[in-house]
Ligand binder design. Structure first.
Ligand SMILES: [Zn+2]
Ligand SMILES: [Zn+2]
Length: 512
């Protein structure tokens, strides 16, 4: 057995003695590899061969493929890597992936024609539904949450089970699937996302498989999966597994148990496969199109019950893109997420462990951010009183002089123009007229009547000036109308006394 060359580098030897010494000549890459080897010691040996028979060097797939990734990778790649010409009526024939197109179109045709000529037995129907869930869970609990996202640890028997039933969904090997899915999460909604939702519903649903991609998906590391013996085993036997699990087993079981081989093949084999296919495809299309964004609306992923129902619980996709390593998609107990229930049950039975859950405090912070954003949108549609900074400062004499010409009234240091309101004053016009040219603060705030929030809000809209020297406490409750006391402000709109005086320390006082 041969180890990868970097294993024998001196840094690695140092690692075994737990005494890392830096070297000027050391490259960033080997330093990183050293750090990884000490933090994540290799448990399995690398593949026996990393060279082809002709001695031509092959990529060692146990080393992270993005270890040398430049900091400006996305912008650089999109700028420098030329995309293939767009699809058009002239080139579409050459740009189709005919193998995928055949698989994805012939199977529903066989299924529908077969169903027309094959009566559906009740037992076969229920077996087909059951087998849909079993093979679907292979994708959702296995391919997706276990391998693409490492959201829990699975014992070897559970891994073999998921790899085998997942093959029955005929969606490619775990390694291929997880690589694309990791790129989808890393480059969501960009041209490096293999199922970029911005290219339309049909493209993200199925088009990306039927057409040759215009660009290679962005780099995404699957070296952890390359080291996994179950995944390597599935990759090696993939063709046999899809034939057995996709078609032979769902035909043989109904045949042996209730003599319905043809029904088993058509309903539990072919048609069930079409349903599993489109169920998974909906995660890339429907889940990026239908529903709400309660955690973050920067990208297209959405939460919706309908999507959850058709994808075995993968429909809380806005949550999932925010917290991809969480083993749950739905966080509430009553939300439909059978994949989560399956993983949890496997933990209860001792087949799964280390179920990852994102800190609830941060989950709720994400929700609050979106709620505040919505409130802010509502706030921005309303008219608000003039700010003290925007109002003219008026002297007492000038206030008196102008109050002769129009009904001006002083409350909390602000001068208000009561024109058009005197007749509408619920307490009667006389109480207002009495206060023209006077300070009505005490009367307004309970001296005569403790006015309502609505009255205070409306009053603030009538501000026309500030009395010079008459506005001593700008942040007093009386000067701030109730509607503005919890007003949402962006961080750059706050005039915090601490805003410009961040305290620096020399690093000694760092919090733990
Ligand atoms: Zn997605
Ligand atoms: Zn995902």
């Amino acid at each position: 057995m041969r180890e990868a060359p970097w294993v024998h580098q001196p840094q690695r030897n140092d690692a075994s003695q737990n005494s890392y010494k830096g070297s000027d000549k050391q490259t960033e890459r080997s330093r990183l590899l050293f750090l990884m080897s000490s933090v994540y010691p290799r448990k399995t040996s690398p593949p026996a061969m990393d060279k082809k028979a002709n001695n031509k060097l092959q990529v060692d797939d146990t080393i992270p493929s993005d270890i040398d990734i430049p900091d400006n990778y996305v912008a650089h790649t999109l700028k420098t890597q030329k995309a293939l010409p767009p699809f058009s009526w002239n080139n579409w024939y050459n740009e189709m992936n005919w193998l995928n197109t055949a698989i994805l179109t012939i199977s529903p045709v066989i299924g529908m024609v077969g169903a027309y000529y094959t009566p559906l037995q009740m037992k076969t129907f229920w077996f087909s539904v059951f087998y849909y869930y079993v093979t679907g869970l292979g994708i959702t609990a296995g391919y997706h949450r276990l391998w693409a996202h490492r959201s829990y640890n699975a014992s070897k028997p559970l891994q073999y089970f998921l790899a085998i039933v997942g093959a029955g969904a005929v969606e490619g090997s775990v390694k291929w699937w997880a690589r694309g899915h990791r790129a989808h999460h890393r480059y969501t909604d960009t041209d490096l996302d293999p199922y970029n939702a911005h290219k339309g519903f049909a493209y993200s649903h199925i088009g990306w498989m039927m057409l040759k991609p215009r660009r290679k998906p962005g780099v995404a590391d699957v070296s952890d999966l390359s080291k996994n013996s179950v995944i390597r085993w599935q990759h090696r036997h993939y063709l046999a597994l899809i034939l057995i699990m996709g078609f032979i087993l769902p035909t043989v079981i109904p045949w042996l148990l209730w003599g319905d081989a043809k029904g088993g093949y058509i309903y539990a084999g072919v048609l069930r496969l079409c349903f599993v296919h489109h169920s998974t495809f909906c995660v890339n299309s429907l889940a990026h199109w239908l529903g709400e964004a309660p955690f973050d609306d920067k990208h297209t992923p959405r939460d919706h019950l309908i999507t959850a129902l058709v994808t075995i619980g993968e429909g809380y996709h806005n949550f999932h893109h925010q917290f991809p390593m969480d083993y749950r998609n739905a966080i509430k107990w009553y939300q439909y997420d059978p994949t989560k229930w399956f993983i949890w049950s496997m933990q209860q039975l001792g087949f799964a462990s280390h179920l990852k859950v994102f800190p609830d405090n941060e989950v709720r912070k994400g929700q609050l951010t979106m709620q505040l954003k919505k409130l802010r949108e509502t706030q921005d549609t309303l008219a608000w009183p003039s700010d003290s900074n925007d109002l003219p400062v008026i002297s007492w004499d000038s206030f008196q002089e102008q109050a002769q010409k129009r009904p001006l009234c002083l409350i909390s240091g602000f001068i208000h123009d009561m024109t058009n309101f005197i007749d509408e004053h619920p307490g009667g016009p006389h109480l207002l007229i009495k206060m023209i040219g006077k300070d009505a603060t005490t009367a307004f705030f309970g001296g005569v009547y403790d006015h309502s929030n609505a009255a205070h809000n409306l009053l603030a809209m009538k501000r026309v000036g500030i009395l010079s020297g008459g506005h001593p406490h700008g942040l007093e409750d009386k000067a701030i109308p109730p509607s503005q006391r919890l007003k949402i402000a962006r961080y750059n709109e706050l005039s915090s006394p601490y805003g410009s005086s961040t305290a620096y320390s020399d690093g000694e006082g760092m919090a733990y």
